[in-house]
Design a protein around this ligand. Structure first.
Ligand code: GAL
Length: 453
């Protein structure tokens, strides 16, 4: 996968270019203001971590470390705690401020982060998706320190896949440390419900309809879908787009925006989504992704289509992988891996910068990744894990990541800029309630204007 961030000219983008690419439309007003303010400093070249060590560092008044994320749910919160525990072994006595803002996919957290960054009040480090979310929102605005020397010292370039390194770099500098790789296109199902009804996990879209009909006839909701965090239906749709378009043409949707208007497969994908939702719970706007996953554990919902943080959730709940619940690629996507990666970077002006650098070292270490990922439900960003620490699902996922065709997630920051993602998500959330296909198509075509690069 080629980096989509490498600027052809090698120049920092101008204010107009940033506005065109990262868009005033669709970003919260504070975000726009933050970007514009950053663009005023557009000629400033960020100072590498190594060089800043020679200039007087801001005095680290208190021995603290503030880490900002949206990991509040079972599984993800456990993974975060495992990283904190390791950090404290290295730096006992540091007071960790666990600054979480609840809401899956960071819908709420990202808005709070923009406000803080704009006010010059950054946390010491924050969760950010590799790809456009990191580069488009923060790096081009000059809000992140390059961390090349850390990559060199820690040898990370030798143990992380190039695909991923491309997504965290801009103009030859590295800007964040990936802790994991998640797979978004997964179907999770209740094994005993499936056995009782006598169905197998659906491989194709048609299989899904046949299986869902049988489940529905038994009185169980076939597909458990959330909506409260405003990313769940958009997430489902990106998996269906992957099924309908295949990985190559799916990726083109974000580089050739005209396809949203001209390609008849868009109508097909919308029809598929509408049909999938006809098998889903009506109360989805009141349910988070975790609530929807819980229904699968309870057996009141037979399947859910969600990233593998659902695996972390299930483990936390004491469910046995392969016994209580099973998994399969979401229908129509066998052989494709829709990926995303959580990472942490070093914001300019981090108040406890030295602790933040130590935090990044923990995040990138083998020990850190092997403590975090088995709880989080993700695979390590590093290619040298201690496999004995990973369960059956995660070993399967490590294997699939190496073999499958990769596709970047929109909803989780990898495929497109934040302004586009916001409009795309909005279109899908409106559709979840209205089920108006023409309106959805119109909103998706409008959203595609944000993809101009
Ligand atoms: C994703 C994030 C995952 C998980 C999920 C649910 O965007 O990458 O780590 O937290 O949201 O909140």
């Amino acid at each position: 996968m080629a980096s989509r961030h490498a600027e052809k000219s090698g120049k920092v983008m101008t204010r107009r270019e940033v506005l065109r690419r990262f868009g005033a439309v669709g970003l919260a007003a504070p975000a726009t203001a933050a970007l514009l303010a950053a663009c005023r400093r557009e000629e400033a070249t960020p100072t590498p971590v190594a060089q800043t060590a020679q200039t007087p560092a801001p005095v680290q008044a208190e021995n603290k470390l503030e880490i900002f994320s949206w990991w509040t749910n079972p599984g993800e919160a456990d993974g975060l705690q495992a990283l904190f525990d390791l950090f404290l072994q290295r730096r006992p006595g540091v007071e960790i401020i666990n600054a979480t803002v609840a809401g899956g996919a960071g819908t709420n957290a990202k808005a709070v982060l923009v406000t803080r960054m704009q006010a010059g009040n950054p946390p010491d480090s924050f969760q950010v998706h590799a790809g456009w979310e990191l580069i488009g929102t923060w790096v081009v605005a000059g809000k992140m320190e390059p961390i090349n020397d850390l990559f060199e010292q820690e040898g990370w370039t030798n143990v992380m896949p190039k695909t991923l390194l491309d997504q965290i770099s801009y103009q030859g500098n590295f800007y964040s440390v990936p802790v994991n790789i998640h797979r978004s296109n997964m179907l999770w199902y209740n094994k005993s419900v499936f056995e009782k009804i006598g169905v197998e996990p659906p491989k194709t879209l048609d299989d899904f309809y046949a299986v869902a009909e049988k489940i529905k006839a038994s009185g169980v909701t076939p597909l458990s879908v959330g909506g409260k965090d405003k990313f769940e239906v958009p997430h489902l749709f990106e998996d269906l787009l992957l099924a309908v378009f295949g990985p190559e043409d799916y990726a083109k949707l974000f580089t050739d925006p005209g396809m949203w208007e001209s390609d008849p497969r868009i109508d097909e994908a919308i029809d598929v989504l509408d049909r999938f939702l006809s098998y889903a719970n009506e109360d989805r706007s009141a349910l988070s992704w975790a609530d929807a996953a819980q229904r699968v554990l309870d057996g009141t919902g037979a399947m859910t289509i969600m990233g593998d943080w659902a695996h972390g959730y299930f483990i936390n709940k004491g469910a046995k992988p392969g016994e209580d619940y099973g998994w399969a690629p979401s229908p129509g996507t066998d052989g494709y891996f829709m990926w995303l990666s959580d990472s942490f970077g070093l914001p300019v002006g981090a108040p406890h910068r030295e602790n933040a650098i130590e935090w990044l070292k923990v995040c990138g270490s083998r020990e850190g990744q092997d403590a975090f990922n088995p709880k989080k439900g993700s695979i390590p960003a590093r290619t040298d894990p201690d496999l004995s620490k990973y369960d059956e699902y995660l070993k399967y996922s490590i294997d699939r990541f190496a073999k499958d065709a990769l596709a970047p997630s929109v909803v989780h920051g990898a495929a497109a800029n934040e302004a586009y993602m916001t409009e795309y998500n909005n279109a899908l959330n409106v559709f979840s309630a209205s089920r108006d296909k023409q309106q959805l198509k119109g909103m998706l075509i409008d959203a595609a204007r944000e993809l101009q690069r």
